[in-house]
Design a protein. Structure first.
Length: 248
């Protein structure tokens, strides 16, 4: 009679019931844990600056964050940070907005966030992104419900902050004109975007041969023709870059 095979030793794993993890499964598990830890650090960073009663980072918290990053709170990169977060209310960051921005920037500490700012600036300045940022900057400054326009003083500051480094001459002349004119008290979104399109579409040679002031649509701005030796034509010309009439 044949001997029966020995039964399995106690504690010996059953190959049919054991769970085998593939390398990809192990990688996903580790990645998920790392992502969870990163999000926890991002949340902790948020709460270190948040107003607990509001449940969001308020203007005071943003100023403290800027101080910790050694960046002035008026630096355009803070506006770029708000754009990256898609922040809806000026001077406030919600937890959801904070998570969105920090995750995209791969920043879960103040140090990492500070180091991410130069790359964020490069990202915003790409032609594919800058028009969206320029448009966002106007919307971000609409602080009242149903507000559709911004006062001249604020527009001048915003123009200098957002567009000054790109079109210095055009911005300076436009700001100069806005400050001395008395017909317009506010600027709306169409005019804001129109000035941006004007700066991009008018050949650079025009700005080199003319000192011009401009507003679009339906803000008339004088053009003073100049030659190399100085102003030779003091007569006022009006540039109407579009035919759309918008009443402020």
């Amino acid at each position: 009679m044949m001997r029966r095979s020995a039964s399995k030793k106690a504690g010996q794993p059953n190959s049919t019931n054991s769970i085998n993890f593939s390398p990809s499964d192990l990688f996903r598990t580790a990645s998920s844990r790392a992502s969870s830890k990163e999000m926890e650090r991002i949340d902790n960073l948020f709460h270190s600056y948040a107003n607990t009663s509001l449940g969001m980072i308020d203007p005071e918290g943003i100023e403290t964050l800027c101080s910790d990053m050694e960046v002035d709170h008026t630096d355009v990169r803070i506006l770029m940070l708000a754009w990256k977060m898609k922040a809806e209310k000026q001077g406030y960051f919600t937890l959801e907005e904070w998570r969105r921005g920090m995750k995209a920037l791969r920043a879960d500490t103040v140090s990492k966030l500070r180091k991410a700012l130069p790359e964020l600036e490069k990202e915003v300045k790409r032609p594919s992104n800058f028009e969206d940022f320029y448009s966002y900057s106007f919307c971000y400054c609409l602080t009242e419900e149903k507000q559709k326009s911004i006062d001249i003083e604020s527009i001048c500051q915003l123009l200098d902050l957002v567009l000054g480094s790109h079109f210095r001459a055009q911005v300076d002349y436009f700001i100069e004109y806005l400050k001395i004119q008395s017909d317009y008290k506010v600027i709306n979104m169409d005019q804001w975007m129109g000035f941006f399109r004007f700066c991009n579409e008018v050949p650079q040679s025009l700005s080199l041969s003319w000192n011009f002031l401009f507003c679009y649509p339906c803000v008339d701005v004088p053009l003073f023709k100049k030659e190399n030796i100085g102003e030779v034509n003091s007569s006022v010309h009006f540039l109407r870059y579009a035919h759309t009439d918008i009443t402020l």
